[in-house]
Write a protein that binds this ligand. Sequence first.
Ligand code: M6R
Length: 608
Amino acid sequence: MCGIIGYCGPKVAAPILIEGLKRLEYRGYDSAGISVLGPDGRHRIVKKKGKILDLRKAVPAELPGGTGIGHTRWATHGEVSDRNAHPHTDAAASVSIVHNGIIENYSALKQRLQGKGYIFVSETDSEVIAHLLSDLYDGDLERSVKHAVSLLKGTYGMLAMHVNEPGVIVGARNGSPLVVGVGDGEMLIASDVTALVEHTKQVLYIEDGEVVRMTADGHRTTDLRDKPIDRELQVIGWQIEEIEKNGYDHYMQKEIFEQPESILRAIQGRLEPENATAHLGGLNMTSRELLDIERVKIIAAGTSYHAGLVAAYALESLARVPAGSELASELRYRNPIVERNNVYFAVSQSGETADTLYAMRELQRKGARVLGICNVVGSTIPRESDGGVYIHSGPEIAVASTKAFTSQLSALYLFTLLLARMRHMSYEAGLRFMHDLERIPDLVQEVLTRTEHVQELAKKYAQAKNFLFLGRGINYPVALEGALKLKEISYIHAEGYSAAEIKHGPIALINEETPSLFIVPNDGLRDKVISNMKEVKARNGKVIALGVDGDNELADIVDDVMFVPKTHELLYPYLTVVPLQLFAYYTALELGRDVDQPRNLAKSVTVE
Ligand code: M6R
């Protein structure tokens, strides 16, 4: 939540900061600002409610200075306004800071500082850092930042500049990501690598409890007791083209259409045809340990949680191991029981989701083995997990997660195959499943060729005020995902349910104006779902069915029908989710919504 960036170097900082904020905008986009330390030795702060575009317009054409910091906000404390936007400063404008995270003890600190005469102008928790630094400044910004953060409770990724130390930025991290980009005669620092990739591929991840001091010539990282940290630079694998729209109208559209390729990337090189199994080296587990697994638990949030729900069906069905997916935010606070031989997966596209990260830490405290399934290389969850799998989807920029979902499924299906083959699955059955999995990228491509029909349906139903998504078995989580996609980007109220469950309550919502979308693959539950559809039709509800090629009976029962190609019963979620992603996308477009940056949301939710 919130994106921060800093630049020290020979170039004019302002445009670099703004471009970087544009890349980080998916982290929060209600207001933004920059502070540049000008040649006159003063901080020039420009901040604005609205998107980076609004900030860009507000920044004067001439804003000289080669050292600066910037921030794009997702409000936690205080309304969305110019005043609450970052950077924040003290009354003398000697210091300017940007902050991502939440300062839990800000009230107490604020009172203390107000007692000393400091005047606060915003409603944010972050402003307290500026006054605290101003109060503690002793001629050395790095030392003063260390002193200040030792008094903070909560989470921060923060950057600070002081007028007495031109050319210097000091950053500190506790719970909110910070990565340094080492350029040629210039240094950058940001919440994530998307803001750096244009300038350098060499990065250094800052860990909790560390402080980095940077100038154009270099950087020094130490812990709060001044112990130097000597960590190797890492090389970012992403290319700049991957974070561009490349001819698509929206990132979400691009990411939906990238799925054949991203699924392939997640699977490629991880299948062992000679043994009809999968190979996942990063798990850091011996065959013996894998064999001893007695339960698999997946913890995640949002779309990643839905991927976990799908995987739990597959794990139980194919590997015959008890499995479940739980919301990380719930697990953390219910004192979870960790049993020997339980394996946990923390599934997260960003690898930074606070709910998932904190739940993972709680499990690890209790001795659990937690493996990560993440997309962003070098993010906190993979760094702190006991092993795991990168899904290699490439950058996912749209707030609505799409390609990460199908790649998370891929990693989890590979793990399922691995475990299944160690248990009850025969070589032949393993080979068949493997081949079905390998065909998925082509089948997703086939689903994408049917986009126009989905677009027509989106147009037809876009005025609905409420929507139900219904599925059963392994497609029940897909119904949840379809509803999440629609509500988050179109703002239409949508609910996902098990098709069997509607008679226990939700059917009361059915009338001519509340459409229901049923996922009805040709599996063992098809006839039951058809009965549920008929129950809705009998109450004058409009029904869209998402069925499998050749199931011609569906058209006679429902108002509209979409089809996906045939596949393995347990692999349908790959195919059924795609029309739902497209449906949400085109509905949002029809309603004129901001598809990539829907209201009130942020891509990476780094607060609890
Ligand atoms: O980065 P993560 O996968 O941990 O994010 C989890 C959720 O915040 C995320 O899936 C969210 O629900 C998306 N906006 C859904 O499209």
